[in-house]
Design a protein around this ligand. Structure first.
Ligand code: GTP
Ligand code: MG
Length: 206
């Protein structure tokens, strides 16, 4: 599997051409988006990870072989970032979701230990509204026992009822639990053009 960083973009003029299916990764700051991407592509430092939240403030595009683009979206919900940064996050992510005709799905990453936040719900609501498939992942599963993980899975699924098109997949970047299942879901979504020629979005960049 050959993965490479392509570019950082802040607005749609800088997105790569929409010439292959694309999977975006979204979730609150520090939830583990970049770590998930690195495990999926087997490259430790491809997407930059950090212990301090709110570091990725742009969209980072990666190419995976010649088959997909992967996009690491900036994290939301970090209380300490200034309002102007929150507004620019909203503008960037909404512009991205509204304009990306080749977007096959958005992987929505939640921390298995935490209740979904208003930011998580807003994102899932946007995706529903724009007709974009959400692939929900509960990460950091290594931090809970198997039993606790099942309890949290049920609680989170219930808290997000009506907002999830499919049941969440449990994942850990530490143990790599869930990696194969996520790949299977991504491949299925990317292979089905019906899933990304969506109903409510404009067809492409003008
Ligand atoms: N134990 C454990 N730690 C994880 C897991 N995934 C991520 N982490 C840790 O969580 C922290 C944040 O991970 P990142 O992948 O940088 O998170 P992010 O969502 O990309 O963060 P931002 O880009 O800042 O929004 C790092 O210290 C990771 O090592 C996991 O599955 N298990
Ligand atoms: Mg990151």
């Amino acid at each position: 599997m050959d993965a490479a960083f392509i570019k950082t973009a802040y607005r749609k003029e800088h997105f790569p051409p929409p010439d292959r299916p694309e999977i975006a990764f979204a979730g609150r700051s520090n939830v583990g988006k970049s770590s998930l991407i690195n495990v999926l592509v087997n490259r430790r430092g491809l997407a930059r990870t950090s212990a301090s939240p709110g570091r990725t403030q742009a969209l980072n595009f990666f190419r995976l072989d010649d088959t997909f683009y992967l996009v690491d979206l900036p994290g939301y919900g970090f209380a300490k970032v200034p309002l102007s940064v929150k507004q620019s996050w909203r503008r960037m992510v909404e512009e991205y979701l509204l304009n990306r005709a080749n977007l096959a799905a958005v992987v929505v990453i939640l921390d298995i230990r935490r209740d979904p936040t208003p930011g998580d719900k807003e994102l899932l609501q946007w995706l529903t509204t724009y007709g974009i498939v959400a692939l929900p992942i509960l990460t950091k599963a290594d931090k809970l026992s198997r039993n606790q993980a099942q309890v949290h899975l049920r609680g989170i699924t219930e808290a997000l009822s009506g907002l999830l098109p499919m049941p969440p997949i449990l994942f850990s970047a530490k143990t790599r639990q869930g990696r194969d299942e996520i790949w299977k879901a991504i491949r299925a979504l990317a292979a089905n053009p019906q899933d990304y020629s969506s109903l409510n979005r404009p067809s492409s960049n003008p």
